[in-house]
Design a protein around this ligand. Structure first.
Ligand code: FAD
Length: 382
């Protein structure tokens, strides 16, 4: 049996908090906002980072350009509920993300579409002809299990090698043949010329940035926010009745079943002056580098934010095995290990686990918002 209560005896008192929320990212902020505004609760949100917003935090850099310190975050969702909910706290700037991959000396649309194939091979196929082309080059795979299986069975070995294999190896430190099918199953192939990275109904960026949106979510007078604070440093000191935990689930349980593997990232932010007459240095928001350079991709923020400025800021992303936990590593044995922590979590009645790291799942922002809204409803059910 877990001894959470005896490890962290939670003093309660008339002036205490109803809920202590660990993490001021999407998961923690949505639940804090709902508990305060809809359930009249007194809520304390703590985050060990010196700011709110979690990985979606943005800020102005020294040059005054709005950047995402933890990598580019592009908002997209098919959920009217999620979009409507967040719209209470921000106006939006319509934005459709586009990605090019640097392959064989060309910048080609990613996900692979009709133009990618035509330009790569010097062809002039129509959409119908591209269907036939893919059917010819696709490899037959009995029982698609790995990421490699997914891609070679869809687009064949050459496109797989040029666009996916190197990128996946860099990103995960593993060959696609060692990764779950789910990793690349999310990337579509199009026989049209549609070069948008996402096709969701709602694609937009918070008009004044994510941090401003989080500030408005957490502005309720019943919400107190403590940044730069690890919850373990205050958990004994402040009175609270229930905890919502949005950090890594294995850390919460002191890794007692072993460490869940996460992939980390190093970000190199640079600000440069575009050539005369140009506002940007890249033709689109993100350029992927599957085969050249040590970094995986480069994102230029002005495309995302629409900011007018004489300079421009970019972020280069390098994958790492050590560092802050960013991506759960999708392998069957990791899911099994997570299930053991999940069982421990379910046995605790005074703690609710929610969010990307607590669920050990690759969730986009909108999925975390949806999960948090659903979790709030369950928490306040009589
Ligand atoms: C490089 C990158 C790019 C991404 N791009 C996109 C994108 O384009 N579109 C999209 O929809 N999604 C994107 N995502 C996913 C998005 O970041 C997540 O869905 C979202 O941020 C998850 O919110 P969360 O609240 O679950 O977790 P987080 O944002 O990670 O928040 C958890 C918080 O808990 C805090 N915490 C942990 N432990 C403690 C502790 N002991 N004490 C106090 N605080 C603690 C952490 O400091 C953190 O701030 C991207 C993710 C990454 C890594």
């Amino acid at each position: 049996m877990h001894t959470f209560k005896s490890q962290f005896p939670a003093p309660t008192g008339a002036t205490g908090y109803d809920t202590l929320i660990v993490g001021a990212g999407f998961a923690g902020s949505v639940i804090a906002e709902r508990l305060a505004s809809q359930a009249g609760q007194r809520v304390l949100v703590v985050d060990k980072r010196p700011h709110i917003g979690g990985n979606a935090h943005d800020r102005h850099d020294d040059a005054g350009l709005l950047v995402h310190p933890y990598g580019p975050h592009i908002f997209h969702t098919n959920s009217a509920e999620v979009f409507g909910y967040l719209s209470q706290f921000t106006e939006w700037r319509p934005y459709q993300h586009r990605v090019l991959a640097s392959v064989d000396g060309q910048l080609l649309p990613m996900p692979i579409n009709l133009d990618t194939v035509n330009r790569l091979y010097g062809l002039s196929l129509s959409s119908f002809e591209m269907d036939d082309f893919l059917a010819r080059v696709a490899e037959r795979v009995d029982g698609v299990r790995t990421s490699e299986d997914v891609v070679v069975s869809r687009v064949g070995r050459d496109l797989y090698t040029k666009f996916f294999r190197g990128y996946t190896r860099k990103q995960w430190g593993l060959d696609p043949s060692e990764l779950d099918a789910s990793v690349t199953a999310r990337v579509p192939t199009r026989t049209s010329r549609d070069d948008r990275y996402f096709t969701d109904t709602h694609q937009a960026m918070p008009l004044h940035g994510y941090t401003r949106m989080f500030e408005r979510m957490l502005a309720h007078p019943n919400i107190h926010v403590m940044t730069g604070t690890d919850y373990r440093d205050i958990v004994h000191l402040l009175p609270w009745k229930h905890m919502v935990y949005t950090g890594p689930i294995d850390t919460f349980f002191d890794h007692h079943h072993g460490q869940l593997p996460y992939r980390s990232l190093a970000f190199e932010h640079v600000t440069v002056q575009p050539p005369a007459g140009q506002a940007t240095v890249q033709p689109v928001g993100t350029v992927n580098h599957p085969n050249d350079h040590l970094y995986t991709r480069v994102t230029e923020f002005k495309h995302l934010t629409g900011q007018r400025h004489e300079a421009t800021s970019l972020v280069y992303e390098y994958s790492r095995s050590q560092g802050d936990p960013y991506y759960p590593v999708p392998r069957a044995e990791n899911t099994q290990l997570y299930r053991r922590y999940e069982a421990d979590a379910e046995a605790l009645s005074d703690v609710t686990f929610v969010g990307r790291l607590a669920s050990y799942k690759y969730y986009n922002m909108d999925q975390v918002v949806a999960q948090s809204l659903a979790t709030f409803k369950r928490m306040v059910q009589p």
